[in-house]
Each structure stands twice: as structure tokens, then as C-alpha cells.
Design a protein around this ligand. Structure first.
Ligand code: GRF
Length: 204
């Protein structure tokens, strides 16, 4: 079976990208990352990609902080298509994906979120979960749709919240699980083990 071709969109440090790179290099994930795109110049994710000789691009998202202007999103689509990306992986990409990307990659965009959706969508969710007083938080890999963190859930991992946790300690334990389940989700998709029934993502 041919390796699945991945394109990453990331705005920050890129530790999830790195975890996927590591899994590929260890022969645990049959995939190739064909490009990494960031809206932030010199983002950690771009540096990591360049260190691995993965084509890395900055495509600034435009003036609005959380949205991408439609013509810019079309440039992102062009870049992903030029690199023959089959699955788009958002990893700390701080902009909401809009129509151009969703249409070009239907059910082929996934995201990693540091909470157990549908609880705590949006930003700063480790802190929100802790302040709310939940006893378990965790992380979720889901398909991306037009909502914010609302697409069908592929895989989740629960992380207990300890009495002496701080936002930082909880975030670290959640991040460890993110690094594990993101590759797992990609592996399921690459191996065509996923069936979508409405909102339910079933694995076989
Ligand atoms: C992760 O916590 C991810 O769940 C969230 O943004 C963070 C990105 O971290 N969407 P990194 O850039 O992959 O290290």
C-alpha cells in the first residue's frame, strides 16, 4: 500500500508534528509528510520541518487573527495540492478553517484538540477544564467541519486531573497523550480502518 501523503498546518512549536515525524522515522507509521505550512514566520513547526528536509512554507493568514482570507486559503489549497496531500493535519493551527479548504479536502482534514470534546471547545481549554473542576480531561482527534471543534470524533484519550495539578502540569500530561493518539488516528485513516456513520466514526 502506498504511503499516505500528509500536509501539516501549524502556528506554533510543532510538538505534535514532531511526534508524527518520529513515528514515521521509527517505522511505526506508513506516511510521508509532503509539506508543512504555517501562518507564522519561523514557527517552531517550520523549523522542525526544515530540520527534516520537509518542504516548509509561510503563508500569512491576513489581518484577522483567527480567520484566513478566502484568497489566502485558496493559496494554501494550491500548496497542499501541489504537494499531492491526501490528508491535512491541523496541529496547533490557530485559524478557523473555511470553505475553500473544506471543499478541497472533504473529510480529509483532521485536528488535535487538548480536551475531551464536546466539552471545552476553543482556546485555553486545559485551564478551563481545570477551573471547571472536571476530574478527567484529555484530548481528541476529530475531522474538521465548518464549526469550531465540532467535527466527528475519531479518537480520544482521557487524562485524570489531580488535586495538585496546575494548568502547566495538566497540559504536559495531556500533550503526551496527544502525541500518542494523533499518529494513531492517522494510522487508522491510512489503513482505511475508519467508517463514518453520521457523527459516529467507527473503526474496524
Ligand atoms: C496542542 O495542545 C494542540 O492540541 C492544540 O495546540 C497545541 C499545539 O501544540 N490544538 P504543538 O504546536 O503541536 O506543540
Amino acid at each position: 500500500m502506498a504511503k499516505i501523503r500528509l500536509g501539516f498546518l501549524a502556528s506554533g512549536r510543532g510538538s505534535n508534528l514532531q511526534a508524527v515525524i518520529d513515528q514515521i522515522q521509527q517505522g511505526l507509521l506508513d506516511a510521508e509528510i509532503t509539506c508543512v505550512i504555517s501562518d507564522v514566520e519561523n514557527a517552531g513547526a517550520l523549523v522542525r520541518a526544515r530540520d527534516e528536509n520537509i518542504p516548509a512554507f509561510t503563508i500569512s493568514g491576513g489581518a484577522a487573527k483567527t480567520k484566513t482570507e478566502p484568497d489566502i486559503e485558496r493559496r494554501i489549497v494550491e500548496c497542499l495540492e501541489e504537494h499531492q496531500v491526501e490528508l491535512v493535519c491541523l496541529a496547533g493551527y490557530m485559524r478557523i478553517v473555511k470553505e475553500a479548504l473544506l471543499k478541497a479536502f472533504p473529510l480529509r482534514i483532521i485536528n488535535i484538540h487538548p480536551a475531551l470534546l464536546p466539552s471545552f471547545p476553543g482556546l485555553n481549554v486545559q485551564k478551563k477544564a481545570m477551573n471547571y473542576g472536571v476530574k478527567f480531561s484529555g484530548c481528541t482527534v476529530h475531522f474538521v467541519d465548518e464549526g469550531t471543534d465540532t467535527g466527528p470524533i475519531i479518537i480520544q484519550a482521557a487524562v485524570p486531573v489531580k488535586d495538585d495539578d496546575t494548568e502547566e502540569t495538566l497540559s504536559i500530561r495531556i500533550l503526551n497523550e496527544e502525541h500518542r493518539i494523533y499518529s494513531e488516528a492517522i494510522r487508522l485513516i491510512a489503513n482505511k480502518k475508519i467508517h463514518i456513520q453520521g457523527r459516529r466514526v467507527l473503526t474496524s
